[in-house]
Design a protein around this ligand. Structure first.
Ligand SMILES: [Zn+2]
Length: 106
């Protein structure tokens, strides 16, 4: 099933389905494979953003066009920053990975 994100009045997404926003882990200009690229017209031809938390590839209009492996360790760190203990943060990240069906990346 095709996923798509809610968009604002400008027709652009602000929050990923995983809860990430530009103010949290952020989004990076990406090619079609999920590799970060320079945000210039020559390098960035896909209009795809990589969600730094879950690895979804999302067009500005909110259409999810791909999935890169999520960064599990980064997710754990984010939960730790929210005040969770290391082991609780790991449990929470595992739960997220299960929910989103990602492989855990060591
Ligand atoms: Zn995300």
């Amino acid at each position: 099933m095709k996923e798509s994100l809610k968009v604002n009045e400008f027709g652009e997404f602000e929050q990923c389905l995983c809860g990430n926003t530009a103010q949290h882990d952020g989004f990076f200009p990406s090619d079609g494979q999920g590799n970060e690229v320079e945000p210039t017209p020559t390098s960035w031809t896909t209009d795809a953003w990589l969600c730094a938390r879950c690895g979804r590839l999302i067009k500005s209009n909110g259409e999810v066009v791909g999935q890169r492996e999520g960064n599990w360790e980064k997710r754990v760190q984010w939960y730790e920053e929210q005040g969770l203990t290391r082991s609780d943060a790991q449990d929470q990240a595992d739960a997220d990975w299960k929910q989103y069906g990602f492989e855990r990346v060591a």
